[in-house]
Ligand binder design. Sequence first.
Ligand SMILES: [Zn+2]
Ligand SMILES: [Zn+2]
Length: 145
Amino acid sequence: MSVRSVSTEELKSLLQQKGVKASVQRLSILRYVMENMDHPSVDKIYQRLLPQIPTLSKTTVYNTLKQLTDKGLITALNIDDTEIKYDFIEQPHAHFRCLSCGHIYDVELDSAIYQTQTIDGHQVVSTQINFKGICNNCKQKTKEN
Ligand SMILES: [Zn+2]
Ligand SMILES: [Zn+2]
């Protein structure tokens, strides 16, 4: 999991480019997704931001994430059967979800895959590639026990 720092100016300009007004909630939610890059769920974002924004509701988080997804600023991953996970995708990448610990890893694939515009004559509008299995960490633990 990588953590980075995103300036408020950068957040504002991203929102502005998409014609979205920069409210405190939108800035905080977009910042969380961009800085933490740990594929958070609605619940996780809500729990993490509540101490900073006591007036925040889960509905607001949900609606904001939906709006940011519709505008193409973030991606809603359909990798988990129970919850939607959100990701800020600067570079297109695939995901690997561990069936044992539930962690979602970013994985690199040949970037040409994401540039595919037609497949078997079908027009592609979005591409998500998800793998599932047992991650390296969990494989190690099984060996040790
Ligand atoms: Zn694992
Ligand atoms: Zn990712």
